[in-house]
Design a binder for this molecule. Sequence first.
Ligand code: DTR
Ligand code: CA
Ligand code: ZN
Ligand code: ZN
Length: 451
Amino acid sequence: MTLSAFTRSRSGTPRPAALRVAAVSALAVTGLLATTAGATAAAPAPTRTTAAVAAPDIPLANVKAHLSQFSQIAAANGGNRAHGRAGYKASIDYVKAKLDAAGFTTSVQTFTASGATGYNLIADWPGGDPNKVLMAGAHLDSVSSGAGINDNGSGSAAVLEAALAVSRAQLKPDKHLRFGWWGAEELGLIGSKAYVNGLPSTERAKFAGYLNFDMIGSPNPGYFVYDDDPTIEKTFKDFYTGLGVPTEIETEGDGRSDHASFKNVGIPVGGLFTGASRTKSAAQAQKWGGTSGQAFDRCYHSSCDSLTNINDTALDRNSDAIAHALWTLSAGGTTPPGTDYENTTPVAIPDAGAAVTSSIAVAGRTGNAPATLKVSVNIKHTYRGDLVLDLLAPDGTAYRLKNSGSDSADDIVATYTVNASSEAANGTWKLRVQDVAAQDTGTLNSWKLTF
Ligand code: DTR
Ligand code: CA
Ligand code: ZN
Ligand code: ZN
């Protein structure tokens, strides 16, 4: 479907300008598009809205600072952070000190493996429904041959920084947030098994989910999402869709990391992975970049798994994905969600220019959006016929709200009804606005979703 761009003539009769082809995503809407308000209605009154809280960006520099600490710890302790070695306990002490200072309730659980004492670090963020626990974790131990910066300093550092972001935000999620750093994963998931097996069944039943992050900064990265639980999987996939980064299902992971300890007792699990010793295919290199025919991590379980063995882009994206999943999945449950979600931040609309977007993060809802999702829009403009409006669902599906045309009236204050019943309600929805004809311009004042 192409849009023809019209330059506006004062008579209001459009003269087709050179065609401007605007690719419009396939419309998933089946009718039910209707404007239900005239242009003269007053702007909708501000409404009470459930806090639609988007996750913060996780600063890559902070994550890498933790990796530097892990590297220094290994260097000061025989070159590794392996189970039973001083470097592992020093890693636990480093992470614990950061969390204690940030207001977490921490505890260190000990266990024995291969004749040596092992340690798990558990950190609880005070608040939330104690009967709905969302946990994120990573194994903190390395193999004995090296510092284990990608495996698994990357997951440990990213989970730590996401936890610190929860503290900085003083997040008050509906669910109770818990974080874990596991010992002796490299010996066979020993630490996480000790933790889960030590939980009474009544405590296990309180888990809404466990998110695992083991190797998320591989130097020749792939973007793999665990497919064990559909809701968790979709949360991560929607995040990457928002970045325009394709993902693949993690196929070598079953039983290969700490999520297996939780899955084995029936807890929903998910996670992210950037690859280990398997080789990146040509097709994967085509979509992700990097080097085909080369391992995702050539230093897997080797002494060269050092600070240089990290892809910053992958680590940054996955750190942000962790925060997105925590914010999204920890909402919902006890406090019933509101029906209205509004963004009142003005966005200037460039005259005959690129489209602009405004986002609303919806969380805490269950199931899909309704067949009569209301989209209320308030735009100040001197020639509304210039404007094309689309609603973008969290998975990127576009729903056309308004085409351009010869309507020379000012402003858009309207509510559109969209059949969004095939879209998950939770996630980041966007309003896309484009001014496709020269001369007049305006500003998006606010927009609102009503479920
Ligand atoms: N067992 C992990 C590395 C690993 C291998 N395959 C997967 C799949 C999913 C997560 C992790 C892994 C380790 O060596 O720590
Ligand atoms: Ca970031
Ligand atoms: Zn490993
Ligand atoms: Zn690992």
